[in-house]
Design a binder for this molecule. Structure first.
Ligand SMILES: Nc1ncnc2c1ncn2[C@@H]1O[C@H](COP(=O)(O)OP(=O)(O)OP(=O)(O)O)[C@@H](O)[C@H]1O
Ligand SMILES: [Mg+2]
Length: 311
């Protein structure tokens, strides 16, 4: 199946020469939900703005549903809904009008049933006649999504949709994205919240300093890079890891009560049984043993914190 969004070797240098995108390649299939994770300044908003035609690419190409974003700008743009990172709404406008207006901007004929459907889906129908300034912050975020959906796009960009919103609304957003998928809408969202990527994405991309470091199926990523940690809680406090256990590469907790052992979940031999034996051999008593799965967060931090290359 052809990709609904295809980004080839996309570069963006801002005036002044700063290179915010350094040759990004990314193909996204229809109906996918992909989360782009990356620290502040990684280039996430630049990537979205370039695809949406808000900033001009320096080189490379992007097609949306087969339309080139430069050669077929209008067709390409009409396939895309964008929820920007910053809330920018007209405070005195009524909710329903602002959504109608967004639809009209794309040259779509007025279709009240479509607007009604979108407002209901976002639980804004009751607020349709309220002015924007009368809404809570979370409701304003929903209005941004409603506006982005007003022209019935096939690809939705959400630039940090849940920054600063409460847990309830965050979960609502995830549900909205999931429902949109059922209608065939492809969603690309950026986030700083790893649990967000973990919760809703099919694929996760990690972007840092203008480069995509990795794009992978979320489950594969977690299985491939996933490690588990075994915490051995002791009945005595230690100053250092006993020499007799040095072959295990253990970490002693700051308080001296716990030894941590990291192992590969997929390895044939994890070494746990031998470790626990050896711990007792050196005369230590176990109070408890706890394991925890390393999360996407651990993976992300280890990727983004790779040591700087020396030029
Ligand atoms: N209009 C601009 N002119 C010059 N540099 C810019 C401009 N917009 C962004 N940049 C720079 O490009 C880099 C990437 O910025 P961008 O906004 O894409 O990051 P981001 O990943 O969205 O970060 P955040 O998570 O903080 O939103 C940053 O170093 C930023 O300062
Ligand atoms: Mg941004």
């Amino acid at each position: 199946m052809a990709a609904i969004l295809s980004i080839q070797n996309l570069r963006k240098s801002y005036a002044g020469g700063f290179e915010a995108l350094k040759g990004v390649n990314l193909d996204i299939e229809e109906g996918e939900i992909i989360a782009l994770l990356g620290p502040n300044g990684a280039g996430k908003t630049t990537l979205i703005s370039t695809v949406c035609g808000i900033t001009m690419p320096t080189s490379g190409s992007v097609t949306v549903a087969g339309y080139d974003i430069l050669d077929n700008y209008r067709q390409a743009r009409s396939q895309i809904g964008l929820v920007p990172q910053e809330i920018a709404l007209e405070p005195f406008e009524k909710v329903i009008n602002t959504v109608r207006f967004s639809r009209g901007l794309f040259g779509k004929s007025r279709k009240d049933s479509a607007v009604e459907d979108i407002l209901k889906r976002l639980s804004l129908w009751d607020k349709r006649d309220n002015q924007i300034r009368e809404l809570s912050g979370g409701m304003k975020r929903r209005v941004l999504i409603a506006k982005a959906l007003a022209h019935e796009p096939r690809v939705l960009f959400l630039d940090e949709p849940t920054a600063g919103v409460d847990v309830e609304l965050r979960k609502d957003m995830w549900e909205i994205v999931e429902q949109l998928r059922a209608d065939g809408v492809t969603t690309i969202l950026t986030t700083h919240y790893i649990e967000e990527a973990e919760a809703i994405a099919d694929r996760v991309g990690v972007i840092n300093k203008g480069d995509i470091l990795l794009v992978e199926d979320k489950d594969t990523l977690m299985a491939r890079m996933g490690r588990k940690q075994l915490d051995v809680q002791l009945t005595t406090q230690l100053d250092a890891v006993p020499d007799a256990l040095s072959l295990y590469d253990l970490r002693l907790a700051d308080d001296g009560w716990t030894l941590s052992y990291s192992y590969d979940v997929n390895a044939e031999r994890t070494g746990i049984t031998k470790l626990l034996n050896d711990v007792q051999e050196v005369g230590l008593q176990l109070r408890d043993v706890v394991t925890r799965q390393s999360s996407l967060e651990d993976i992300f931090v280890s990727l983004v914190n790779e040591p700087e290359e020396v030029a």
